[in-house]
Design a protein around this ligand. Sequence first.
Ligand code: OAD
Length: 253
Amino acid sequence: MEEARALLAAADRVCVLTGAGVSAESGVPTFRGEDGLWKSYRAEDLATPQAFRRDPRMVWEWYDWRRGKIRGCAPNPGHHALAELALGSRSVRIVTQNVDGLHEAAAREVAGAGDPSPALPLEVHGSIFRVKCTSCTYRIPHRDPVRWESREVLPKCPVCGALLRPDVVWFGESLDPRILSEAFESAREADLCLVAGTSGLVHPAASIPLATLGGGGSLVEINPTHTPLTTMATLSLRGASGELLPRLVKGFD
Ligand code: OAD
């Protein structure tokens, strides 16, 4: 922890990459842990464009269930610590694979009446609380429950009438190139990449920390378990991000 604090204190530019583990202590299920979503559900039935074409009703039922679960979750001390870090004097970019909106909620809570924008994350896998049209360019924030009992009641585009879908990246789909290149640029320019709560298995997001290492920066990982990033990390802190991130950022033991 002391060494990690020293690296953070010395870094002018920091890139933070987060995954599902940072929201675990908020009650949001991860994907690959013991209780992970991909242990009970098949990604190919629910999180691919083919699955949506085959059975949009079932896909919406699952996303409506996940959205309901996440609506009941609040940011935890790990999200708040990262928001504080990003709202401080240094140049910090939060990049997240999470679609749950909890970094943004923490940014708004910590900023209070101030400007939350320095702590708003780049959401490389989209947002579960946004929908987009399957046919035209329509896209809009959307938090309310969705009706999915039959195909007829599924949400439709007000512009062209085609089905709306969650604005998240599904398996087999490309990430938004502008968001991705911004994420890689901030990693390349960073003196330190702080990675928390990701299994490091899903690319290209999992390659973002390599850009920091390639540019001569350091990599600090926070995760209760070993990941493919551990072997490359300058330091690995073993434990829960809700506990370790506040200790790292705020300096208490
Ligand atoms: P995973 O579920 O693959 O990994 C979660 C990681 O968090 C694991 O390495 C856990 O050890 C760690 N973890 C669990 N509890 C933690 C805690 N309290 N504090 C810190 N770490 C903890 O989730 P991701 O790596 O985010 O993609 O998965 C990457 C992508 O795969 C997701 O964005 C999603 C999924 O399919 C899309 O939806 C496109």
